[in-house]
Design a protein around this ligand. Structure first.
Ligand SMILES: CC(C)(COP(=O)(O)OP(=O)(O)OC[C@H]1O[C@@H](n2cnc3c(N)ncnc32)[C@H](O)[C@@H]1OP(=O)(O)O)[C@@H](O)C(=O)NCCC(=O)NCCS
Length: 323
């Protein structure tokens, strides 16, 4: 056995997001729609969760369908052609079937030929994990450009008669195209997990629906996540006042407000997409960003803090530059 030196690609100075895109199903379900069929009210949902309405996919609308729509918009926003992309990552925790993964079919339907393609499951923090993977792939030369999609059809794992979950979770997709950059446009990821009590948000088996210990998750999210977010700001070489926006996972408006209060970023617009989109798990961060960019809420080049957290428990945060 003789020692050999393997060749590695030269490391690129940075990667950045070139474009975002979002897509939601057409069907709008309001709090009043729920109140008509179960013991809940618009007032309860608005005050405890912050949701006004959400979108649910139809029976024939798949995660792949949602991902293709969002991915196509992100590609268009990036100015790249499908042939420029050579890696596709789909973050999802609500897959219809365990295999095959969604990414190859998403790539095929977008005309991206023979890319590396895989799904990633880190639930509601999945998009931030996938973005970190895309950043590393571009910087180390494993990929030229990467399509990262968060896509969820949570409604298929929800008992639509369970008022504690049906009103919260929703369907949708958000996507980003990541490409090389002369300077870093995606900061270091700060991530971690706590697997000591996985049942706090879980689908127990293939015949079950999502169940959660809402109060335990609420306590964890409002205490453990702000320090992770602050660490990501520091690792990016910034201070909170540099941030133009904070985009926490859209789980609950009270959680979002609690995290934002502890970050104390006086100039930052805080994403509140949950009000109109519900909790779309791994799709919520890119979907919220796509909506904010569409509305002109955040200027191009400005620093945005992304903070994902959820089942696992798992979490991840990084600062990016708005494309
Ligand atoms: C789920 C959540 C909204 C519940 O709010 P809460 O203030 O903690 O409410 P509780 O669970 O203490 O329930 C209080 C009461 O409201 C009831 N309730 C639950 N859902 C309700 C609804 N949709 N409408 C009306 N009442 C409801 C409960 O049954 C309970 O009734 P009881 O007192 O008669 O037993 C909240 O805990 C939460 O958002 N947790 C975080 C969950 C989350 O974000 N998960 C995803 C993370 S990725």
């Amino acid at each position: 056995m003789t020692g050999v030196t393997l060749r590695a690609e030269p490391v690129r100075p940075g990667a950045r997001v070139l474009g975002f895109g979002g897509h939601q199903p057409a069907k709008v379900v309001t709090n009043h729609d729920f109140a008509a069929v179960m013991d809940t009210s618009d007032e309860w949902i608005r005050s405890r969760v912050g949701i006004v309405e959400r979108r649910l996919a139809g029976p024939d609308e798949t995660i792949t369908d949602l991902a293709v729509q969002a991915g196509g918009k992100a590609l268009a926003a990036s100015g790249l052609a499908p042939s420029d992309v050579d890696l596709v990552i789909v973050a999802t925790c609500s897959a219809e079937t365990p295999m095959p993964s969604h990414a190859p079919a998403v790539a095929h339907r977008l005309g991206i030929e023979a890319p590396g393609a895989y799904d990633l499951n880190s639930a509601c923090s999945g998009f931030c994990y996938a973005l970190a993977a895309a950043d590393a792939a571009v910087r180390t030369g494993s990929a030229r450009n990467v399509l990262v999609v968060g896509a969820e059809k949570m409604s298929q794992w929800i008992d639509q008669t369970d008022r504690s979950t049906a009103i919260i979770f929703a369907d949708g997709a958000g996507a980003a195209v990541v490409g090389p950059s002369e300077t870093p446009g995606i900061g270091p990821v700060v991530w971690g997990s706590d697997g000591s009590a996985p049942e706090r948000i879980a689908i127990a088996d293939r015949t079950s629906f999502i169940r959660q210990d809402g109060q335990a998750v609420f306590r964890w999210a409002t205490t453990a996540i702000a320090p992770v977010a602050l660490a990501a700001v520091e690792r990016a070489g910034l201070v909170p006042d540099d941030l133009a926006t904070i985009v926490p996972h859209q789980a609950n408006l009270r959680i979002i407000d609690a995290i934002a209060r502890r970050i104390k970023a006086t100039n930052a617009v805080v994403a509140d997409d949950i009000t109109r989109s519900g909790n779309t798990s791994g799709a919520s961060i890119p979907l919220a960003l796509a909506h904010m960019i569409e509305r002109g809420d955040v200027p191009s080049g400005a620093p945005a803090l992304l903070v994902g957290f959820g089942a696992g428990l798992s979490y991840a945060a990084q600062v990016i530059q708005i494309p």
